[in-house]
Design a protein around this ligand. Sequence first.
Ligand code: NAD
Length: 286
Amino acid sequence: MTATIIDGKKVSSELKAALAQEVQQLTEAGVRPGLAVILVGEDPASQVYVRNKEKTCIDLGMHSEVHRLPADTPQADLIALIEKLNASDAIHGILVQKPLPGQIDEKAVIGAIAVEKDVDGFHPISIGNLLIGDEGFVPCTPAGVIELLRAYDIPLEGKRAAIIGRSNIVGKPMAALLIRENATVTVCHSRTANLPEVTREADIVIAAIGRPNMVTAEYIKPGAVVIDVGINRLPSGKLAGDVDFESAKEVASAITPVPGGVGPMTIALLMKNTVESARKALASRQ
Ligand code: NAD
């Protein structure tokens, strides 16, 4: 079988092109979508992520603010900055880049973000809204997976989906989103017994583990769709997903590569959430 390679670069570019138009319309109507990113400390990977977010904002015509704080910033100062951004009319989305230094309680920081500006979708109220089926921001990576599946017309209703990984940022919200799409969902994790047997039952396998090339052909039912969320840096410096792409593509009907699959969707969805927040800000003014 020749698997369709799901092209996240292409889908994310199309999404960003549509967003750029919307940004222009909103700006003309008096609300230019604005994203504030806060980086505490100098983690090299975080610096790259923050620069990418800033660049994407600018490419789309959005207002971008990056607040770089020293690694020893007290929690109270960080929260005071968030409160200032919560009150700012120029800012529609606030993102605090993780990981945070040890003196800062991540939960307290996320909880300080105004829910209507929580474009990362990590605030407990946003997660609760997702679970009970109310409107709200959805974490960008799992939302990006749904957009990719939609872009390729992959049916979800009545299908069996297996997610490997139960993190708060990927696995759990992914499960909630697939339930919302009427899939039948199994969430697997490090204690799941007979994992390949479980995932072989699934029409869609989503890997969010953080272990390079773990999911081989043996985990996949012939014809299943395979989505690889993993981003792992190998000792050689090369990037690898959680899926062994070469063996999995021989049995899958469609599969995402790493890089170029889910990765580019995450940032596009962050922009989409920010634009949506700006749209709501405009509507509340009118
Ligand atoms: P995490 O470490 O928080 O969670 C990993 C999950 O995998 C856990 O729930 C654990 O139970 C499960 N797990 C670990 N070993 C396992 C095993 N042997 N068998 C079955 N399950 C196992 O990780 P995360 O934050 O959810 O990220 C997962 C991966 O996705 C990482 O590679 C990360 O870099 C990547 N990621 C990518 C994006 C993106 O934009 N594409 C965004 C977030 C995370």
